[in-house]
Write a protein that binds this ligand. Structure first.
Ligand code: PEP
Ligand code: MN
Length: 294
């Protein structure tokens, strides 16, 4: 790795930490604010929703379930990075508008992925937070583009990225002036095949040790198994995560994308109360804005 003056000279286990994300240049933790919801404080923020926006009913019913169980933010993909070009690619612009409408109706801010520099302006006009997905963590023009926004960014770890590469990608965003970045561990590729990815929970304390940025965990893509999500979600909170992002679908068996790793509303609701116990055990709280029955 080329080193320059902007890289911290002290190496931690072979990782040189770039200056803007480095905890040494900003000892106090960064708190990212998304429409009144803070990520990076003592409260753990739960983001949940479908993998992909499929239609109005699916999104509305799932968002209601998320809100009712106490979720703080809604997730949903409109531009989907699918491995196969023949799989459902998402509703695109229509999906982003649907997210905005449902988000307003239910009263949950939302995060959605942007995959293309040409769509950044459009997505930023509607979304409360923009997601850069795992496959785009190395897309430097896209990182620079979202770095020019005044909007929170959820940056997911590349599936084959080291911690150092992950932090360098975050540095691209901060370097353009946008310091509202949340890091997300979502599993990495290893030789293991029983899980979709290997959820690297050791990344949580390491990232928080090296950087001042908030760190959240995605146990849905991190495991690829619905039954494993609650266990790894609880482990992530115990490991010090500032939040979780999870896939929830009102009818997981009918989902067009990632139903096998999506929680049902009942499973999500049960998990929320279990998470509160884990959070208390590590001196934190799960942020539950206004759980309300809709
Ligand atoms: C997602 O969260 O919708 C997603 C596609 O995840 P990842 O980029 O981590 O694969
Ligand atoms: Mn998914």
């Amino acid at each position: 790795m080329e080193s320059n003056n902007y890289n911290d000279p002290s190496m931690i286990g072979g990782c040189s930490v770039p200056v803007r994300v480095n905890r040494k240049s900003k000892p106090e933790p960064t708190v990212v604010e998304i429409n009144g919801i803070q990520i990076g404080s003592s409260e753990v923020v739960i983001i949940a929703g479908p993998c992909a926006v499929e239609n109005h009913e699916q999104l509305l019913e799932t968002a209601k379930a998320v809100k009712t169980a106490g979720g703080a933010l809604l997730r949903g993909g409109a531009f989907k990075p699918r491995s196969s070009p023949y799989n459902f690619q998402g509703l695109g612009e229509e999906g982003v508008k649907m997210l905005r409408d449902v988000s307003k109706e239910i009263g949950l801010p939302f995060v959605t992925e942007v995959m293309d520099t040409r769509m950044v302006e459009f997505v930023a006009e509607y979304a409360d937070m923009l997601q850069i997905g795992s496959r785009n963590m190395h897309n430097y023009p896209l990182l620079k583009e979202v770095g020019r926004l005044h909007k929170p960014i959820l940056l997911k770890r590349g599936m084959m990225a080291t911690i150092e590469e992950f932090l360098l990608s975050a540095e691209y965003i901060l370097n353009q002036g946008n310091e509202q970045v949340v890091l997300c561990e979502r599993g990495i590729r290893t030789f293991e095949t029983t899980t979709r990815n290997t959820l690297d929970l050791s990344a949580v304390p390491m990232l928080k040790h090296l950087s001042h940025l908030p760190v959240i965990v995605d146990p849905s893509h991190g495991t690829g198994h619905r039954w494993m999500v609650p266990t790894m979600a609880k482990a992530a909170v115990a490991a010090g995560a500032d939040g979780l992002i999870m896939e929830v679908h009102y009818k997981p068996e009918e989902a067009l994308c990632d139903g096998f790793q999506s929680l049902s509303p009942d499973e999500f609701s049960r998990l929320m109360s279990d998470l509160q116990k884990i959070a208390h055990a590590v001196g934190r709280e799960i942020l539950m804005p206004q759980p309300s029955h809709l």
